[in-house]
Design a protein around this ligand. Structure first.
Ligand SMILES: [Zn+2]
Length: 369
């Protein structure tokens, strides 16, 4: 006959009707976690030796139903806490402490790292060494050498390693560009970093587009153009360039709008008869019985906006347009785009939306004077 008797998930014995644990076992387990995490924290604060930590681990495994998975989870949690408290300059004793821990904790590296705590610790240490390079406390060779030692103990993926290098590049960019320009010493530091670590300032992964790193790359380009040099970075663009034209930048996922004029008759009874619509701009000539010109911005679709030293070129899925800087008579910058006013009769205003236009404004300033 079927009896809905449950077994205790801790001790494995019968736990009674519809029950999966004994209250005493649950208590014992919680107590074990508290003991374990207390010992882990003490170890990382240098308050107890590894031998003592090992004793606690053995004890709670034996008496408090603590599994390897529990040891891994608690270790990850305590390592994260510890990671938050350490600050560079990092002493080599920190790495020795972790090494000792990993060799003695009795569960696999993957188990301790199941939440990525060891990856985060490794990345934090590398960030510290790279910061020491950017603040002139270490040579780049030395910073890389120590970082590799950390990675030997705390292996991270190539992607994670690149992420940290880019992150620190962005930090350096932020600091170096704080005053608006980079000194030649700062430029040299960035160049050595980028070339030694095989990074790029202009062909960035999508996650880094729009970050400070782009601004760094752009500042090099602007500096070169200002000095009358050929820009050191140009991009490969699927556009036909004229003689002496360089493609400098590309913004993806830009939406183009073009001004459209609609003529409507306004009713003779006076006042506005057309509906006021959100996002529509009106230019009214009269109110009674006149054709009224209303202008609005028509969405022309998404595409890539290329910035060259002569033109801005929008390549959309359905429409493409090239605007020479010499034809631009005005630009209204927006926080996420710009409105371009062109010279000539019957030319419509254009709006490009979905990017920061400051680089374009700077380029226009430099090439049109
Ligand atoms: Zn039990």
């Amino acid at each position: 006959m079927f009896t809905p008797m449950g077994t205790c998930k801790y001790c494995g014995k019968s736990a009674g009707l519809f029950s999966h644990s004994h209250k005493e076992c649950e208590e014992k387990y919680k107590q074990g976690i508290t003991l374990l995490e207390g010992a882990l924290r003490s170890y990382f604060m240098n308050a107890i030796q590894i031998g003592e930590l090992r004793k606690v681990v053995a004890n709670v495994s034996q008496n408090n139903f603590i599994s390897n998975e529990d040891i891994g989870n608690s270790s990850g949690k305590c390592i994260d806490e510890w990671t938050n408290t350490i600050h560079w300059p990092f002493h080599s004793s920190l790495l020795a402490l972790v090494k000792d821990f990993l060799n003695n904790i009795g569960v696999s590296y993957q188990t301790v790292n199941s939440s990525g705590a060891l990856d985060r610790l490794c990345q934090k240490m590398i960030r510290g060494f790279m910061a020491e390079y950017f603040t002139n406390q270490k040579t780049l060779q030395r910073s890389i050498q120590i970082s590799q030692q950390v990675i030997n103990t705390l292996p991270i993926s190539h992607q994670q390693e690149q992420d940290v290098y880019y992150e620190m590049l962005g930090q350096a960019g932020k600091n170096f560009l704080k005053d608006g320009y980079m000194t030649s010493a700062e430029q040299q530091k960035v160049e050595e970093y980028v070339s030694t670590l095989g990074l790029s300032l202009i062909n960035l992964p999508a996650s880094l587009q729009g970050t400070q790193i782009e601004e760094l790359g752009q500042s090099y380009i602007l500096g070169d153009i200002q000095a009358g040099r050929h820009p050191r970075y140009v991009i490969n663009a699927p556009i036909i360039l004229t003689k002496g034209e360089d493609a400098l930048w590309c913004y993806n996922n830009v939406t183009m709008y073009q001004e459209k004029i609609k003529k409507e008759m306004v009713g003779s009874y006076g006042g506005f008869s057309f509906r006021i619509m959100k996002g529509v701009r009106y230019r009214t000539g009269g109110f009674k019985g006149h054709p009224v010109e209303t202008s609005y911005m028509e969405n022309m679709g998404q595409g890539s906006l290329y910035v060259t030293n002569k033109n801005i070129i929008f390549m959309g899925q359905t429409r493409s347009i090239k605007v020479p800087y010499s034809k631009i008579i005005g630009i209204n910058p927006y926080s996420d785009g710009m409105e371009v006013q062109r010279d000539g009769n019957n030319v419509k205003r254009l709006v490009f939306q979905g990017f920061d236009c400051s680089f374009v404004l700077n380029i226009i300033n430099l090439v049109t004077v």
